[in-house]
Structure formats: C-alpha cells, structure tokens
Design a protein. Structure first.
Length: 84
C-alpha cells in the first residue's frame, strides 16, 4: 500500500506516493505520538512502525525488490563534469 496523502503522498511523489514500508522512521514515530489514522491504513502504519522499531526492517526487503528498490527521497545528483 502507498501513502495516499501528506508529504509522502502522490502530490509530492507521483504517481502513487511512497510505499508505507519505505516511509522514514521519524514520520512513523510522529504518527505513533499523535495517533495513527483510522482504518486499514492506520493498522498497516502501526505494523510497519512496530516492526521497524524492533529492528525488523529487513523483513521488507522482498517487497522493496518487487517494487524496484528503496524509494529515493533526494533527487539524483547530476553527474556531469566539464574540463577545460
């Protein structure tokens, strides 16, 4: 499932947003303090937070491989050099 709203939603990371297993731990911790949303999304966010807090991030590697790798949050640097 992908984050449907917020700073990691489709508006900032088109076309679908960031997969919830790739969300930064700080963002998940913010939800843990403020409260997770209701419904399926909230339950999944809580599971991902608790798993990653217990140092189980490697459990999501199979999902990452299926989705093409870890989500990049910083744009790729331009690797072009000009020498005179």
């Amino acid at each position: 499932m992908f984050m449907p709203y917020g700073m990691f939603g489709p508006k900032h990371y088109p076309p679908r947003g960031v997969p919830i297993f790739d969300l930064p731990m700080e963002y998940l911790a913010w939800f843990a303090v403020r409260g997770f949303p209701e419904g399926k999304l909230g339950r999944l966010l809580r599971i991902v937070y608790e798993t990653r807090a217990a140092d189980g991030d490697t459990l999501f590697d199979a999902f990452r491989r299926a989705c093409g790798g870890r989500t990049r949050f910083k744009p790729r640097r331009k690797r072009e050099w000009t020498f005179e």
